[in-house]
Design a protein around this ligand. Structure first.
Ligand SMILES: [Zn+2]
Length: 263
């Protein structure tokens, strides 16, 4: 009964809120990393984007005006992570807030000695636990060219959201029953220690050194690499790639190889 109701609602939203063809294609062409998706995957991504945009508000802050193209671009990147998972992973928050530039979060926290600290570092993005995802539009735009920027801000922040579905952003997202948590944790921890050691000894890494900040950032940054430059992750951390392929139920490196070398 519940599924029937859910499917009925889903069909109603899809029929009422379709994304116009020209807008969909225009946004898609801005994101070369999605070119490796098949037609079937893109059709499912489009449906998912419609449902996502129906469920979430994308609102401008500090005078930023969110255009229809910006809404679709954010949705395409947020939804590629859950293409073979469930939109319910993004339950528990309402809005994506878009700033005209980097922003200062200004949140405060108290350390063990009772001293209150304030974060005044400008940020390009932030995923608040049980709160909104905040994005700086110029950084979203810069990230559409992976080879120039080496980052994908939207994928990064929504990977944090998926991670937070089980509590803190600690690099342990909600694994399906057929994935042993011990194997995930051991694989990610070994790769994190290895990567952090490379960064700390000053080695230049193709993967953003910010991944060495914490296991939560490691998961978010490597998720960016998994979707935007999958062969880099296969070469650098193949075991992490294999875990991510099982978790996200996608094999972007195989898709990319097929595109380079069509049968
Ligand atoms: Zn982060």
């Amino acid at each position: 009964m519940f599924d029937a109701l859910r499917n009925w609602r889903r069909r109603r939203v899809l029929a009422a809120s379709a994304i116009p063809d020209a807008l969909w294609r225009d946004a898609l062409e801005t994101l070369p990393f999605l070119a490796i998706c098949t037609e079937d995957e893109l059709a499912r991504l489009r449906d998912l984007c419609v449902l996502f945009l129906n469920a979430k508000g994308i609102v401008g802050a500090r005078g930023h005006v969110v255009t229809p193209r910006q809404r679709v671009l954010i949705a395409q990147q947020a939804c590629v992570l859950i293409l073979n998972l469930d939109l319910a992973l993004y339950d528990g928050f309402e809005n994506i807030v878009v700033y005209p530039d980097e922003f200062i979060p200004g949140w405060e926290w108290e350390d063990e000695a009772g001293v209150v600290h304030r974060n005044d570092e400008p940020l390009a993005g932030e995923a608040m636990p049980r709160g909104p995802v905040i994005l700086s539009w110029p950084d979203v735009e810069a990230a559409s060219d992976w080879h120039a920027s080496g980052m994908n801000l939207v994928v990064h922040e929504f990977a944090h959201k998926i991670d937070m579905a089980t509590g803190d952003a600690n690099g342990c997202p909600p694994l399906p029953p057929d994935m042993p948590a011990a194997e995930w944790t051991a694989t990610l921890a070994a790769a994190f220690d290895h990567f952090a050691a490379r960064v700390h000894r000053g080695e230049h890494t193709a993967i953003d050194p910010y991944a060495a900040e914490s296991p939560g950032e490691f998961f978010a940054v490597l998720s960016e690499v998994f979707f935007s430059d999958p062969s880099l992750l296969v070469v650098d951390y193949p075991r992490v790639y294999a875990q991510f392929a099982r978790f996200y139920r996608q094999d972007p490196a195989a898709r990319a190889a097929l595109l380079l070398d069509p049968i």
